[in-house]
Ligand binder design. Sequence first.
Ligand code: AMP
Ligand code: GLY
Length: 420
Amino acid sequence: MNILILGSGGREHALAWAVMQNPKCDRLIVAPGNAGIAQIADCASFDIENGGAVVSFAEENAIDFVIVGPEAPLAAGVADRLREAGILVFGPSEGAARLEASKSFTKEICDAARAPTAAYARFTEAEPAKAYVRAHGAPIVVKADGLAAGKGVIVAMDEATALEAVDDMFGGAFGGAGAEVVIEEFMEGEEASLFVLCDGTDILSIGTAQDHKRVGEGDTGLNTGGMGAYSPAPVLSVEVEARAMDQIVRPTMAEMARRGVPFQGVLYAGLMIQDGQPRLVEYNVRFGDPECQVLMMRLGAQAMDLMHAAAEGRLAEARVNWADDHAMTVVMAANGYPGSYEKGTEIKGLDALPEDSRNMVFHAGTKAEGGAVLASGGRVLNVTARGDTLQEARDRAYAMVGAVDWPGGFFRRDIGWRAL
Ligand code: AMP
Ligand code: GLY
């Protein structure tokens, strides 16, 4: 099979790494890719959010199967254009991608599916939204309805912060994403993520993970795209996962099918768990980044067969071949991230690190220049390892982190603290 992966982050490097291990893959192209991906696959450059451009490239290169990494192409209808052209694709339609692209749509689906989630109200004007905040008091959560690159959620611990967030959102701080605002009950508990493949009808759990969103040790400081992750998530025990599947994921998928927008791809359910009861925080319609890195490390070559089965509507017969293992990824980011940071600093020492089924450095924001690897983004490397225990995975990952020579970067030393 000739395979095309869309995206350029650590998530796509991990997907490419898993796909390359599968003997069914004859040729892999990643667009646009990065310096790490270029070491294992061909990279191509075109506008991955333009459905017409993706279809043309796929046709010219005899692509049999397209895997879409990030949400933006999905929300732009790229999977629809590929399906219309008769090209097999892993990823939901624009309509089904609304589970991530619109928070009010997700709330409406949860209501119809009776899936447990935070109580909420939606607003298109500031004054009624502020009246709601005053009536309910803090803590309370204010969310811009649309895609805001992970920045459109304000968890307000006091009323003034919530009122300010309402004004900011309606004032255009998040552009069109803030034209509608969802205000939610603050949920207490422990957060974890469940990843489920869906083929429109059947579903298959492919693992659980927890990430660390804050930049600083002890989960302090500013929010980031994620500073590290591990799988499995101990809080998602077999019983809690079964509850999440039965009460949240399955009814959501059934409701989507009933509405004529069946979901095909990976559904990432962000859950809040309290006293063994999961409630939905949000859905994403793609793999998490860096959660994908630990899932791929654990699944290996079978990941491609599972995604292919989802795309072809064959999930009913698919099974995950689980090893009793654990994986961890530690993000190395450019000094200053998530604020402004320097680009172009050189990273050394990567060639000496092991690259095998238990140890892998996935590249996020890197570029190759004259034989050197340079940092080109905020989150730059995802140092990932697998072990029989989480402690073993952790020790192995941090041993590799210690061998990376990059004065321009930093990392958190406490990834996995909650589970260890
Ligand atoms: P989201 O983009 O919806 O995942 O929100 C970002 C983060 O805000 C989540 O990962 C949670 O940590 C937090 N959050 C969102 N909604 C709630 C809620 N209703 N209660 C508590 N925390 C929340
Ligand atoms: N790591 C969080 C996300 O991918 O949304």
